[in-house]
Design a protein around this ligand. Structure first.
Ligand SMILES: [Zn+2]
Length: 430
């Protein structure tokens, strides 16, 4: 350990930090809790002397600022007397749990709607990162955190983020790396990020790895050579449409088997494309962030909760057969109304939300709620959409009676009601 509690760190005679605690060892560096002028920060100090390129990149990232609020971004670069470097960042708020703790079952998302919100945040964050010309290069389970109640996202370990196509020596973590990186044929870039993003999404939705199936049985132990074959040389997606050699193992990959069955077809297609076609054509066949956003918001829109057991499942708009019973308890799917708006179909179940992208097709605010389905306090059988809009909407019922509802008013949920959000966007409840 480089510092002890109550140590004072002075840099260039101007920066004065007090060490309050040791937070952990991250391999590459040590992390401390420090205070600077009454404010608390996390300080990461690198163990080795880093290259001038690495320092320049870190400095540049700090100067450009975080791509979005989801990134716990380096804030100030520190040069120590012995030539080593470090940086300050904000502390991770206490309401966040690690993605690893979700994978081990220790922490859960409050609901599927919240889990999808997190997945949507993740795609939005990487869309932004890539748009700014960066690539993350080292996406793995250890970098992500979530608020179990809200689905808010936090991305840590941002010190390896570089301009796309530039690499400072980090290749990534096995089980998350794209096969061409494992094989040493390419350096990490936006396209390998997209592969790893799909792995994280698969793990979030199915609680398993997309390449771990029957073929694990071919090895006595999973050592480096085995991993090279499974994730680099001969990766076979567990749900490959024609190659069935690596299906999840019954009794072992239970989570994947249970969850994959009830994922919408269009989400399955997005995974298949990345994990099968995307192995050959890394530039064109890996599902992009925008494509993920389209299918994940669609997934969220068609969720419904079972009134008997509370299980959330899709009604199955795009499936071969709609879900007329709950996949968990087998009881009948409740009657529901759907808001058709643009290309979207939102199932109007209690607690379901309308988002900015529903009322503005150019908006990228997929997680900004503009309405929520509520029950009437005096008559809980009556439901409505409580609006959260800056301006009111015009509604027209089946008999052509027109009425205005204020931006914070409630639109009743009744069949054949048209809702005019603006000149271009008219929704209809069916
Ligand atoms: Zn049920």
């Amino acid at each position: 350990m480089r510092f002890r509690k109550n140590d004072t760190i002075t840099i260039d005679e101007k920066e004065r930090l007090v060490v309050e605690d040791f937070l952990g060892d991250g391999g590459q560096g040590e992390v401390y809790l420090v205070s600077r002028g009454g404010e608390k920060y996390a300080l990461k100090v690198y163990k080795n002397e880093e290259s001038a390129d690495f320092r320049y990149n870190l400095k540049n990232n700090i100067d450009r600022g975080a791509p979005s609020e989801a990134f716990l971004w380096p804030k100030a670069l520190l040069d120590f007397d012995d030539g080593k470097i470090g940086y300050l960042m904000d502390l991770r708020p206490k309401n966040y749990a690690s993605f690893v703790s979700y994978l081990t079952g220790k922490n859960k998302f409050r609901s599927k709607q919240v889990l999808l919100r997190w997945c949507i945040e993740l795609c939005t964050a990487f869309k932004r990162l890539h748009e700014l010309g960066y690539s993350y290069q080292d996406l793995n389970d250890g970098s992500f955190f979530f608020d179990p109640d809200t689905g808010d996202l936090l991305i840590c370990d941002n010190d390896n983020v570089t301009a796309d196509k530039k690499n400072l020596g980090i290749l990534g973590k096995m089980r998350y790396m794209a096969p061409e990186i494992v094989r040493g044929e390419q350096m990490p870039d936006m396209h390998s990020d997209r592969f790893s993003l799909a792995v994280i999404l698969f793990m979030a939705l199915c609680l398993g790895n997309p390449y771990e199936g029957e073929r694990l049985k071919e090895y006595d132990i999973i050592d480096e050579d085995a991993e090279y074959e499974i994730f680099g040389e001969k990766p076979v997606f567990v749900y490959h449409k024609t190659d069935r050699s690596n299906r999840p193992i019954r009794g072992y990959h239970t989570s994947v088997l249970r969850r994959w069955a009830y994922i919408p077809l269009y989400v399955k297609e997005a995974f298949h494309r990345t994990f099968v076609d995307g192995l050959q054509d890394r530039e064109n066949e890996r599902t992009t962030e925008l494509e993920w956003l389209k299918v994940l918001t669609k997934y969220r829109d068609e969720l419904i909760a079972c009134p008997y057991c509370g299980h959330e499942y899709i009604v199955g708009f795009s499936e071969k057969k709609k879900y007329d019973v709950c996949p968990l308890c087998g009881k009948e799917t409740k009657k529901f109304c759907t808001l058709h708006i643009g290309r979207n179909a939102v199932v109007l179940d209690l607690g379901k939300k309308l988002y900015k992208n529903h009322v503005d097709k150019y908006s990228a605010r997929y997680n900004q709620a503009v309405g929520i389905v509520v029950a009437n306090k005096n008559n809980p059988a009556l439901w409505g959409i409580k609006l959260m809009l800056p301006e009111g909407v015009e509604i027209k019922d089946g008999e052509n009676n027109v009425k205005m509802v204020t931006g914070s008013g409630v639109v009743p949920i009744v069949s054949n009601l048209k809702i005019k959000f603006n000149e271009n966007i008219i929704g209809e409840i069916r």
